[in-house]
Design a protein around this ligand. Structure first.
Ligand code: NAP
Length: 310
């Protein structure tokens, strides 16, 4: 009975130390030294596509240390029928909420303009804008989106969320559900935040057609996945002023090539996919719980619905 760590080597120590701190008896092996493939029951994978997992004949479950599993579901050698769990971790959720709340507050309180004015020693006396006057829309009202919605709403922002199924998220958060509700959701938003999983339905969802539903001068924050954004459409929307500013943490190609126009666009703020990461200290207990569940044939925590793709 062994756990195979098939994720990023540079993160191995923190995960295996945290797992062993919870249970010293765990037999944890490292790719590619798995020994007898028939003794591997549980595989931990990360942000890169793992190798061929179909070679483990008794594999009972695959655990991702990442919340998004789009790369895993597309990887070759993924054994059919083996349950997959994605990461839900309070450390990751907290980091993502801090990142988005910080970006929303910074933009709404005119952080970029004030910093630019200081560079020119210019006294830019602006009236502080009130949170209640800012309409924030969150695409994806799942684990991460709902936490952000609650925290922004507690600060007074007018928050709405869009998901596949309707949500009961409290009276202060308006729920929109399904493709037909998307135009109404986008209408009159000041700030649009994307926190959707990457699936065939959400690929290129941030495109000219959707931008046309936003009011002139809206702000886009993309912390979902890079392939959800049509990049030429965003450049055109920034140049026309339809989108006043884009804050991007995720990209089609990562690391973003040095020659990419986003690096130098005056209305793009970019961060190198650092909005949030899973923390072994807070994520290991759920992984151990899933290992135990897999060994006793119980359903996993945070099991991925492969038909939906998240
Ligand atoms: P989650 O709990 O699975 O939530 C996903 C949400 O998206 C759900 O509300 C779901 O609707 C909605 N959704 C999915 N497909 C949809 C569609 N076609 N139409 C409408 N709504 C749709 O996922 P999560 O944990 O919040 O994570 C979301 C994503 O954030 C991840 O998949 C990953 O790509 C990204 N992420 C980024 C970073 C970063 O550092 N930038 C870090 C972690 C995660 P239902 O609730 O109705 O199913």
């Amino acid at each position: 009975m062994a756990i195979l760590y098939a994720a990023e080597a540079e993160e191995a120590a923190q995960w295996t130390d945290s797992l062993r701190a919870l249970d010293q008896s765990l037999d944890i092996r490292f790719w590619p030294d798995w020994g007898d493939p028939a003794t591997v029951d549980f595989v931990i994978v990360g942000g890169r596509s793992p190798g061929d997992l179909s070679i483990f004949p008794k594999l009972k479950a695959i655990q991702s240390t990442w919340a998004g599993v789009n790369h895993l579901l597309r990887s070759a050698g993924l054994p059919a029928g083996v349950p997959i769990a994605r990461m839900v971790d309070r450390g990751l959720t907290g980091s993502m909420t801090e990142f988005v709340v910080y970006q929303v507050l910074d933009d709404w309180r005119r952080g970029p303009e004030l910093r630019a004015a200081q560079k020119e020693a210019r006294w830019l006396e602006t009236l502080p804008r009130r949170a209640q006057d800012c309409r924030v829309g969150i695409l994806g009202l799942g684990t991460l989106g709902i936490d952000i919605a609650i925290k922004l709403s507690a600060l007074g922002f007018a928050v709405r969320g869009w998901s596949r199924s309707p949500k009961e998220a409290g009276s202060a958060i308006t729920s929109f559900a399904g493709a037909s509700a998307l135009p109404d959701f986008l209408k009159d938003l000041d700030i649009l935040v994307c926190l959707l999983p990457l699936t065939p339905e959400t690929e290129n969802i941030l495109d000219a057609r959707r931008f046309a539903h936003l009011p002139q001068g809206a702000v886009l924050v993309n912390v979902g996945r890079g392939a959800q954004l049509n990049e030429p459409d965003l450049i055109a929307a920034l140049d026309s002023g339809r989108i006043r500013r884009a804050i991007l943490d995720v990209f089609r190609e990562e690391p973003l090539p040095e020659s990419h126009p986003f690096w130098r666009h005056p209305h793009v703020t970019l961060t190198p996919h650092v909005a949030a990461i899973t923390r072994a200290g807070t994520g290991a207990d759920d992984i151990l719980e899933n290992y135990r569940r897999a060994m006793s044939g119980q359903p996993l925590l945070n099991q991925v619905d492969v038909t939906k793709g998240y």
